[in-house]
Every structure is written in structure tokens, then in C-alpha cells.
Design a protein around this ligand. Structure first.
Ligand code: NAD
Ligand code: UGA
Length: 464
């Protein structure tokens, strides 16, 4: 019955931040395909089947609801779903390796390789495997070797289709991407597989945005895209440190350089540091790749981006400590935001984690507020047990606080009544704007001592 109903049967292994939204968009835009998403995590699958999705992403529930039960299905059953599908996207996690050779830099490929072996053992027909996860260059070739070492005479073609969505704007990015990249071998079967994947995205994406390349270029482009984006943030953050020394204003510098169309104005917001599960991981992956080929100068160049990011986080905590008269011990410090960016509940590699850890080491009384990420923050900070306070209401979080630190650029923090907040804080009251989202002059006039990033500090007493 279902055979006649659907023109393609697509499976995705991994129902995370990428697998879930990507497949929901394909299913919503292509009702003629059956799309199934499997995961080993039962709780996650249950959440995908409910109205409480496992991730917070604006607009996602509507897209999921459009297709769920019609041609979008979530499941924990792997074997039969592998058998049934013609195209399998693999979107499992590929974290940085924490052990053995390449620890701290190279990608941990265990989840990835397990998928290849699961597919090989369950498959009963030829299939196209789509590498959706971000992986080191040449992983697709390795996967193809594992898959094609089968005794059933089956033929697998591996295609690379790296994902460029950003969290918080995933639906918009999937609906209207700058480009979709599809890499394949340039053999006849490789090109056929490439065309099958192009056909899926051509259902809603204009042809001029469907870019094709060879396999290695596609894999490398993903690492390079993230590295370039992070490079811009580290570059402007490095300049923010200089701005603070010479009374320049980093926002004015960003605006001035961003007006040059060769530079462009995006990704030039100085911040407390970039976070997220991928920037650091993918840069380190690139670094490891360069080192593997003896390109040590190239590796050091890219690694400096991560080092600059760590410096920016450290600098932020040092500024807090110094401003609070070199002791934060027992002082109540309210962190506004724990997510790595606004509009997501994701806290992976969030600068908030490092900042909290450092403040806890100094025995500060840390209160964490975030509209969506408190659940994840509690998991990340479980080692601190009940020493940290969590308070969703920013007014309550700031009550009797000595300082507020803005970590995430949630819109709601721009709209708070800071006079009211100030009236309930300890004196002198401090605010550290790690995102430069507030009206600093106004805060200063209310009475706050204000410490933006890369701008002159506005303080009511002489700073020595
Ligand atoms: P994630 O951790 O949110 O999701 C991965 C999922 O895979 C998890 O739910 C896990 O349970 C599942 N999984 C692992 N092994 C499995 C197996 N053998 N069978 C079934 N399920 C399995 O990760 P993510 O953020 O979605 O990232 C996935 C990949 O996409 C990574 O390589 C990442 O670098 C890349 N990527 C992520 C983003 C992003 O915004 N998060 C954007 C672009 C690319
Ligand atoms: C990033 C890329 O933008 C995506 O294209 C890519 O697909 C994804 O990584 C991935 O591979 O995982 P994401 O990490 O979700 O997306 O979010 P970004 O908007 O890139 O922000 C990353 C971090 O940089 C955040 O902490 C953000 O606050 C910070 N940032 C961003 C700045 O500090 N300044 C800026 O100007 C821009």
C-alpha cells in the first residue's frame, strides 16, 4: 500500500538538532516522499511525536505538525526502517575525541561508523547514504569501503550533504538556504546518486542554490565555512580588547569596516565569545587534518581562533572580578542567559558554562536565568549540585544581586525595567553586557556601573 503512495522512502539516523528539523522540512515540502527519523534515544523520539519537541526552535512545531503522521514518522526501530528506505541520511553526533590518538582535536567517529555497520547488516537492497553530519575529509570514502564490503552483493553510494543551518533560525535556514551543497564521486553511479539528492531539494530550493562538487570538496567546505565564520568573531573580539584600552567603540569599528562590501557586516558582533556545539569542534577538526598532513603553520593559524575565543571568555570573567574589587566570594551574581545564543535551548559549549565555573571557583553565589535553557544548564552544571540557584524570572534573579552579566542576547533582556532591577540590587550595582545589547548610557544614568564589550566602561568612581 505504502509502496504506491510514496515516490521515495527516506530515512534519517539521528533525531537531533540537525536530523529532526531537516527531515521535518523535507517531509513538509515533499508530501510525495515518506520520511522516517530514527534515534536510539527513546525519550527524544517520544518528544518528537508530541507537541513538546526535544529542541526549542522558532517555527519548528508548525513544520513538524504539517507532516507528522502524513509522511513524517519518528521511530526507534532501525532494522526494518533501513530495509525499507532507498536513501539514508546519517545525522548522528560527531563530537571531538576525548581519548587516544587525536584526543581533543580529531572527530570521534564511533557513532558514525556504527551506523555504517548497522546499515550494512540490515540492508537487503542497494542504497544511497547521505553524510549529513560534519566529518573529517575522506570519511565518505571510508564509509563507502565499509558498506561495500558486504557479502550480499549490495552497492552503496555515499554522498556528502553538509548542513549549514544555524540554531535559532533553523526553519528559516532550511526553508530558504543560501545554498545546499551536494558532493559525490564523479563516476556514473556517483553522479546518479548526486542527482537523486539534488532532486529532493529542488522541490523547494531554486536550482542556482543547489551546488554540487566532488566528495572531498563538500566535506572540506563544511569545516572551512564554520572556521571562517568563527574567524570573524575572534577577529572582532580581539579588536574589542584593544578598543577597551584606547577608548574606541567596537560597534563603531564593526559598522565602519562592515560597510566595505568586500568585508560585509555579518558576524562582526563582539561578544563574550562564540559557543555552540560546532565552531570549536570543526576548527579543531580542521587543525587536526592540517597537522596530519604536516601543515603545522596552517594548523597554528586556525587554532589561534579557538585560543582567541578562550581569551575573550577569560577576559570577561577577569573584568567582573576586577570591577567587583577583586573578590566575588559570596557575592550574588545573576547571569542573564545560559544558552550559547538567543532563540535556542542549546547550551553546548556556551561561554556561560566557563563563566559559571570560574565564578564558582571564586565561591560566588551564581544565579542563572534563561527563558529556555535552564533544564540544560542544570544538566551541564550537575557537578555543582545545589550550590547554584536557577531562576527563570530575571527580576527575581537580580534581587539583592551585586552584579548582572548578560551572556545570551535574548530580546527580553533588552526590554526589562532596569530602574526596578537597580532599586532591588546591592550597591554599588554592576552590569556586564557580554553581548552589547543594552542602552549603556541609560543604565549608567540609572546608577549602574556599566561594563560593555569593547567600549569605554561607564563607572561612577575612579577606576585604578
Ligand atoms: P545531536 O547530538 O543533537 O543529535 C545526534 C543524534 O544522533 C542524537 O539524538 C543521538 O542519540 C543520535 N544517535 C547517535 N548514534 C546513533 C545511532 N547509532 N543510531 C541512531 N541514533 C543515533 O547532534 P546535532 O547537533 O544534530 O549534530 C549532528 C551532526 O550535524 C554533527 O556532525 C554536527 O557537527 C552537524 N551539524 C550540527 C549543526 C547544529 O546546528 N547543531 C549544524 C550543522 C551541522
Ligand atoms: C553555526 C553556523 O552559523 C552554521 O552555518 C552551521 O551550520 C552551524 O554552526 C553548525 O555547523 O553547527 P550556530 O552555531 O547554530 O551555527 O550559530 P551561530 O549563529 O553561527 O552562532 C555561533 C556562536 O557565535 C554563538 O555563540 C553566537 O552568539 C556567536 N556570535 C555569532 C558572535 O559572538 N558574534 C557574531 O557576530 C555572530
Amino acid at each position: 500500500m505504502s509502496k504506491e503512495k510514496f515516490t521515495k522512502k527516506i530515512l534519517c539516523i539521528g533525531a537531533g538538532y540537525v536530523g529532526g528539523p531537516t527531515m521535518a522540512m523535507i517531509a513538509a515540502r515533499c508530501p510525495q516522499y515518506k520520511v522516517t527519523v530514527v534515534d536510539i534515544n527513546e525519550e527524544k523520539i517520544k518528544a518528537w511525536e508530541s507537541d513538546e519537541l526535544p529542541i526549542f526552535e522558532p517555527g519548528l512545531l508548525e513544520v513538524v505538525k504539517e507532516a507528522r503522521g502524513r509522511n513524517l514518522f519518528f521511530s526507534t526501530e532501525l532494522e526494518n526502517n533501513i530495509k525499507e528506505s532507498e536513501i539514508i541520511f546519517v545525522s548522528v553526533n560527531t563530537p571531538t575525541k576525548t581519548f587516544g590518538e587525536g584526543a581533543g582535536k580529531s572527530a570521534d567517529l564511533q557513532y558514525w561508523e556504527k551506523c555504517a555497520r548497522d546499515i550494512r547488516s540490515a540492508a537487503e537492497s542497494d542504497k544511497i547514504i547521505v553524510e549529513k553530519s560534519t566529518l573529517p575529509v575522506k570519511t565518505a570514502i571510508a564509509m563507502e569501503r565499509i558498506l561495500n564490503e558486504n557479502e550480499k552483493g549490495l552497492k552503496f553510494e555515499v554522498v556528502s550533504n553538509p548542513e549549514f543551518l544555524a540554531e535559532g533560525t533553523a526553519v528559516k535556514d532550511l526553508e530558504n538556504p543560501d545554498r545546499v551543497l551536494i558532493g559525490s564521486k564523479e563516476t556514473e553511479s556517483g553522479l546518479n546518486a548526486r542527482n537523486e539528492i539534488v532532486e529532493i531539494f529542488a522541490n523547494w530550493i531554486p536550482h542556482d542554490r543547489l551546488i554540487t562538487s566532488n566528495l572531498m570538496s563538500a566535506e572540506l567546505s563544511k569545516l572551512v565555512a564554520n572556521s571562517f565564520l568563527a574567524q570573524r568573531i575572534s577577529s572582532i573580539n580581539s579588536i574589542s580588547a584593544l578598543c577597551e584600552k584606547v577608548d574606541a567603540n567596537v560597534s563603531e569599528v564593526s559598522r565602519a569596516i562592515g560597510k566595505d562590501s568586500r568585508i560585509g557586516n555579518k558576524f562582526l558582533h563582539a561578544s563574550v565569545g562564540f559557543g555552540g556545539s560546532c565552531f570549536k569542534k570543526d576548527i579543531l577538526n580542521l587543525v587536526y587534518l592540517c597537522e596530519t598532513f604536516g601543515l603545522y603553520e596552517v594548523a597554528a593559524y586556525w587554532e589561534s581562533i579557538v585560543k582567541m575565543n578562550e581569551y575573550q571568555e577569560t577576559r570577561f570573567v577577569q573584568t567582573i572580578n576586577k570591577a567587583l574589587f577583586n573578590t566575588v566570594t559570596n557575592k550574588r551574581i545573576a547571569l542573564f542567559g545560559f544558552a550559547f545564543k538567543a532563540n535556542t535551548s542549546d547550551t553546548r559549549e556556551s561561554p556561560a558554562f566557563y563563566i559559571t565555573k570560574k565564578l564558582m571557583e571564586e565561591k560566588a553565589h551564581v544565579v542563572i536565568s534563561d527563558p529556555k535553557a535552564i533544564k540544560n544548564a542544570k544538566v551541564d552544571l550537575k557537578d555543582f549540585n545545589n550550590k547554584i540557584e536557577y531562576e527563570i524570572d530575571p527580576y527575581k534573579a537580580a534581587h539583592h544581586a551585586h552584579a548582572i552579566a548578560i551572556i545570551t542576547e535574548w530580546e527580553l533582556y533588552k526590554e526589562l525595567d532596569y530602574e526596578k532591577i537597580y532599586s532591588n540590587m546591592e550597591r554599588p550595582a554592576f552590569i556586564f553586557d557580554g553581548r552589547n545589547i543594552l542602552d549603556h548610557q541609560k543604565l549608567f544614568e540609572i546608577g549602574f556601573n556599566v561594563y560593555p564589550i569593547g567600549k569605554p566602561h561607564l563607572i561612577h568612581f575612579n577606576e585604578s
